[in-house]
Design a protein around this ligand. Structure first.
Ligand code: M6R
Length: 615
């Protein structure tokens, strides 16, 4: 949540920072701002709204020639979105400015103390407290900026990624992180700092991912120097080469990133399988598992922690892992797990699932599990993310950058990885026969082609969407493996179209939700041949008798459900355990087109941000 971009070097900072902020808008988009130093004056331009509003503000001002600057796009935590609460936030003297992603939990007591010492505040943000605390330390301790930031941060409880600039030290930026990500792009005589590497992709491929509790002093005329905030230990920067290309983060002709990402799924699934599903040899190769396989085989229990869509992938994994490995699985919301003093045995395996690898609650859940001695396996999409580094081992999904706030290809590739894991463990454990294993591998390999076939029905799904765009509520039903798909379908619809939607196991209808059914209520039913078909057909009949309008996702060639439904979307047949990957695709397209037809900005739905780095 919140995007940070900073630049120091020989180029004009403004266009670099603005372009970078646009790329980071997925992290928050309720207000935005930039501070630029032109050699004599520090200019801060801020506005409520999006980066395009900031650009409009810039266009009404004389150009600012600056080679150093910091920028921010905000997802509000403390203080409503407005110009004053937007970042950068200034210190009382006006010398220091900061951009911040995270929450200073003890800001109220720090603020009280600073007010007592004569400081005044114009915003409601915790960030203004932090920058004044840094200024106060600077004054009291007479130390350099880096040291002042370090001392101030040691008094802070909470999470942060920050970049600080002092107009009295105009060739230096200080960056620090705890709980929120920061990447430093290393160019020739120039540096970039950003919440992820996308803002500097076209300038450099060399990146340093700042580690937890590390502080970097960045000067255009020197190498980056890094130290540990807690003990001053000097750290040798580790420069990595970025694998991402500019093309990966552009819309490529699509109206929205979400649509592009939906259509990328055949390739994303292929990329997830590449090098892992070795069809010639008929085996799965998960290198990250190799030396830890025994832990999985001996585990009495697997606990999956995740949030949102990743939690839905976890629910699918519960079915997969229990079926193939016969190991009990529990799936927990990371946000609940972290606060309920969970019982964790040392021989439990924790699987943490996260697209971004930065979700604060999932990170906290992992920390608890590790403190209690459990082994943690991570499934992340973002390479080098906090979760991927905190876990004992894990697998990347390799889905490529997912920028649309609504998660799509992350979900299907997470399930792909989890399928590989479950099948592999089942095979080595002996709970899955070799012939069944081989059969599943063949089917897994065919999934990208089947996903493509579903995507070819885009225009049919668009027409169905037109019929439902005025709905105010919607119910999604599925059973077995398709129950998490119902939850995921409902989440997609509500987050991008603002239509209230709920997912239920189809059989639960009779226990309450059926009271909601009338001729206004659209009910999306996932009624594939392999998913308790007859039972679901009965559920559909129950809805039909109460005049509900049915949109069904069915297996190719289905006749019975087709007769009962108002609209039908066919998906190719597959093994039951892989149905979630296929059945999700039409639901993504349905939500997308309903949202577009309602005039919603699907990539930037209200109140949301792509990675939830605050709890
Ligand atoms: O990055 P993560 O997978 O940890 O994110 C978890 C959720 O915040 C995320 O899935 C969210 O629910 C999506 N907006 C759903 O589309």
């Amino acid at each position: 949540m919140c995007g940070i971009v900073a630049y120091i070097g020989q180029q004009q900072a403004t266009p670099i920072i603005i372009k970078g902020l646009k790329r980071l808008e997925y992290r928050g988009y309720d207000s935005t701002g930039i501070s630029l130093f032109n050699g004599s004056e520090l200019h801060t331009i801020k506005t409520m709204g999006k980066v395009s509003d900031l650009v409009a503000k810039f266009e009404s001002l004389p150009p600012i020639a600056a080679q150093i600057g910091i920028g921010h796009t905000r997802w509000a935590t403390h203080g409503v979105p407005n110009d004053v609460n937007a970042h950068p936030q200034k210190s009382n003297t006006g010398d220091l400015v900061v951009v911040h992603n995270g929450i200073i939990e003890n800001y109220a007591s720090l603020k009280e103390e600073l007010i007592h010492r004569g400081y005044t505040f114009s915003s409601d943000t915790d960030t203004e407290v932090l920058i004044n605390l840094i200024e106060d330390v600077q004054k009291k301790e007479k130390v350099k900026l880096g040291k002042a930031v370090q001392i101030a941060l040691s008094q802070v409880i909470g999470a942060y990624a920050i970049v600080v600039f002092d107009r009295k030290k105009p060739n230096e930026l200080i960056a620090a992180r705890l709980g929120s990500p920061l990447a430093i792009g290393v160019g020739t005589d120039e540096f970039f700092v950003a919440s992820d590497a996308t803002p500097f992709l076209e300038y450099t491929k060399n990146v340093i991912y700042l580690e937890e509790e590390h502080l970097a002093i960045i000067r255009s005329d020197r190498d980056v120097s890094i130290r540990k905030i807690t003990n001053d230990k000097v750290i040798k920067p580790y420069v990595e080469e970025l694998q991402m290309s500019l093309e990966n983060i552009q819309k490529g002709g699509y109206d929205y990133f979400m649509l592009k990402e939906i259509f990328e799924q055949p390739q994303a699934i292929r990329d997830t399988l590449r090098g892992r599903l070795l069809s010639d040899e008929g085996v799965i190769n998960l290198s990250s598992l190799r030396e830890h396989e025994n832990k999985f085989l001996k585990a009495k229990r697997i606990i999956i922690v995740a949030c949102g869509t990743s939690w839905h992938a976890g629910l699918v994994a519960e079915y997969l892992l229990e079926k193939f490995t016969r190991t009990p699985v529990e799936v927990e919301y990371a946000s609940e797990f972290r606060y309920r003093d969970p019982i964790i045995f040392p021989d439990d395996i924790i699987i943490a699932i996260s697209q971004s690898g930065e979700t604060a609650d999932t990170l906290a859940a992992i920390n608890i599990a590790k403190e209690r001695g459990a082994f943690v396996f991570g499934i992340c999409n973002v390479v080098g993310s906090s979760i991927s580094r905190l876990t004992d081992t894990g697998c990347y999904t390799h889905a490529g950058p997912e920028i649309g706030v609504a998660s799509t290809k992350a979900f299907t590739t997470q399930i792909t990885v989890l399928s590989l894991l479950a099948l592999h463990l089942g095979m080595v454990k002996g709970t899955l026969s070799r012939s069944e294993y081989q059969h599943h591998l063949l089917e897994l390999e065919s999934l990208p082609v089947k996903v493509t076939q579903i995507l070819e029905q885009e225009s049919l799904i668009k027409d169905v969407a037109a019929t439902f765009r005025e709905a105010s509520n919607c119910i999604y039903l599925g059973r077995g493996y398709n129950f998490p798909v119902a939850l995921e379908g409902a989440l997609k619809l509500k987050e991008i179209s603002y239509i209230h939607a709920e997912g239920y196991p189809a059989a639960e209808m009779k226990h309450g939700p059926i009271a909601l059914i009338d001729e206004q209520m659209p009910v999306v039913v996932i009624a594939t041949k392999k998913g308790h078909y007859d039972k679901v057909v009965s559920n559909i009949q129950e809805i039909k008798s109460r005049k509900g309008r049915i949109i069904a996702v069915v297996s190719e060639g289905d006749i019975r459900v087709k007769e009962l439904s108002d609209h039908c979307i066919e998906i190719p047949e597959s093994l039951e355990c892989f149905t979630p990957i296929l059945a999700t695709i039409p639901l993504q397209l349905l939500s997308y087109y309903i949202a577009v037809q309602r005039g919603c900005n699907v990539d930037q739905p209200r109140n949301l941000a792509k990675s939830v780095t605050v709890e």
